[in-house]
Design a protein around this ligand. Sequence first.
Ligand code: SAH
Length: 228
Amino acid sequence: MEVGGSDSDGREFKNADEMWREQVGDPSKKTDWYHQGVGYWQGVEASVDGVLGGYGHVNEADVHGSEAFLKTLLTERYPNAGTDGHLVALDCGAGIGRVTKNLLIRYFNEVDLLEPVSHFLEAARENLSPENHMSPDIHKANNFLCMHLQEFTPDAERYDVIWVQWCIGHLTDDDFVSFFKRAKDLCSIMKIEASPGLIYTLRSSFVIVDYIYTNQRIKGDCLKNYLL
Ligand code: SAH
């Protein structure tokens, strides 16, 4: 299906391909595009209000909705995680660690944070330090990676859940697809033979993909891993 549109300068495009060619059609344009995206956040205060674009008051409802979704997923896919599992998550475009602190750290034994804006990442490190955040020893924020998502390849077999909240819209369509493919291939060493790559669209604000059902993995008794 071909859908046309226009950009904020009023330029009309016949379809998404034409828009992407105009925006990032050569390597220098693409570099500029990512610089602008991250450049915006470099000028934003490291606070909940900042990372939520001035809508700090939605924080509680946002966490609540994410938690309901995560619980459903964990109950369905990792029912023994609370007793005999060791779950590891990656928080992508983690900002100041809002999602990790309010949600992921309560459900995962380890959380790594990936964030390209250094003053956000430093704030996340501070917010999640033992002095500022009480969590049992078996739940901790581990690695703070100052990186862009489009350049990141997850370590094979490390993550049970890859969480991308309020951030995927910063990637071009091709980088977005390529990231999912890299993550899918490296989070597992055994493919499901039937029906790999079903996409469920449950709930999201920016994009409609909430998670991708990927493939089987060998790690404890976890059968599947997810991208969120
Ligand atoms: N997920 C966090 C932060 C949302 S704000 C939260 O919900 O609180 C969007 C975040 O995406 C910012 O921290 C910004 O620096 C990050 N971001 C922007 N471009 C990115 C990219 N190319 N790769 C990874 N993160 C990016």
